[in-house]
Write a protein that binds this ligand. Structure first.
Ligand SMILES: CC(C)(COP(=O)(O)OP(=O)(O)OC[C@H]1O[C@@H](n2cnc3c(N)ncnc32)[C@H](O)[C@@H]1OP(=O)(O)O)[C@@H](O)C(=O)NCCC(=O)NCCS
Length: 325
């Protein structure tokens, strides 16, 4: 399947540029609408799209007006991200939501190259926007060009594996216990011991070896585990094109920085690469997770009343969701 050219959410649309977008570029550059440079920039953006199948997206706000852009430009061994929005349109908040969508799209669909954004040290606004989209300062990449000093932020990356390396097992186990202790709906009663969790984790290890599951881990540029989940494949020829996404979790200390979106993007990419066309998942009712998964294209397809016993007087529905990939 080829990457979609447009990205949409409840209130934003991101579209490839058209010639008329020169007016927006002129506004962002503080130039007259008929200046030549903005038209050249838009032409270059369109050529990049032709050559690479991705590039700069124009952000169209709730009223359908073009309010800025998120640019992706191919370099030899990385993809550079840039972002600009017009003043007075909700500024950083809008930029942040647009960037969150684009980086998740990139992780799901674009070439597997590091995604980097560079900011001047004093540009705390852009840095904040990039960090809220999940990007992280990678000090080794900081550099100077001419007089300009740059800090480089990089997007987390996804590792898809069919085994759990020993060091990763420790980090996964620690995260799983912490997520459970923090109230996460990840298969255990509150306070489950490390041994209980380890038994289930090792069960997944065996499924990975048998080839009936794949591990998808989200890692920071610095090498920290940020989250993980499994693409579990059912046995049987009639359901070979389906998978259930299981144990989806992110680091509780870094919630709200787009890691959930990035992890979903990685899971979908891995599933699609494995030939999966229909993805399902389930969650326990009363957690609000239906809303979270709806954002990623899932709809509720079934509900088993009282199927999950979280405590003596606390039965929750088991809710099943599905989407096509
Ligand atoms: C669900 C989970 C993976 C999301 O990860 P995250 O790192 O918080 O995700 P993001 O930063 O990408 O997304 C956060 C957005 O999702 C929403 N969200 C996250 N968890 C939610 C929940 N339980 N209910 C409703 N919305 C939720 C947040 O409100 C936030 O919305 P905003 O962007 O409008 O502010 C994470 O909360 C988690 O690990 N939860 C515990 C484990 C769990 O229950 N997993 C589900 C197993 S079925």
């Amino acid at each position: 399947m080829t990457a979609p050219r447009t990205i949409t959410s409840d209130d934003l649309s991101l579209l490839p540029p058209v010639e008329d977008d020169a007016a927006l570029v002129a506004e962002l550059m503080g130039l007259p609408a008929d200046a030549g440079r903005p038209a050249e920039i838009v032409r270059a953006w369109r050529e990049h799209w032709e050559e690479h199948g991705y590039g700069t997206w124009i952000i169209s706000g709730p009223a359908g007006r073009a309010v800025g852009f998120v640019g992706l430009r191919a370099h030899t061994d990385f993809i550079r991200v840039t972002i600009r929005v017009v003043d007075g349109e909700g500024g950083d908040e809008l930029a942040s939501r647009a960037l969150r969508l684009v980086v998740a799209h990139a992780l799901e669909w674009l070439p597997e190259l590091p995604l980097r954004l560079r900011v001047a040290p004093e540009d705390v606004g852009t840095r904040f926007v990039a960090e809220s989209a999940g990007m992280e300062h990678a000090p080794d990449l900081d550099h100077v060009t001419g007089e300009d000093e740059w800090l480089v932020l990089e997007l987390p990356w996804v590792r898809v594996t069919d085994r759990i390396p020993a060091r990763a097992r420790e980090a996964m186990l620690r995260m799983w216990v912490r997520v459970n202790d923090a109230g996460g709906a990840v298969g255990f009663l509150p306070g489950a011991s490390e041994d209980e969790v380890a038994a289930v984790l090792d069960g997944y290890g065996e499924r990975l070896e048998r080839g009936s599951a794949t591990l998808v881990a989200l890692n920071s540029p610095g090498g920290d585990l940020l989250g993980f989940g499994f693409v579990a494949r059912p046995s049987g020829a009639t359901v070979a094109h389906t998978a259930n996404l299981e144990r989806i979790m992110t680091d509780p200390d870094r919630r709200g920085t787009n890691h959930g979106a990035l992890l979903m993007a990685g899971l979908h990419r891995a599933a699609r690469d494995a030939g999966v066309e229909v993805a399902t998942l389930d969650y326990r009712g009363g957690t609000g997770l239906g809303e979270f998964y709806t954002r990623y294209g899932y709809t509720e397809v079934g509900r088993v009343p009282g199927a999950v016993r979280v405590g003596p007087d606390d039965d929750r529905d088991g809710v099943i969701m599905a989407r096509s990939l």
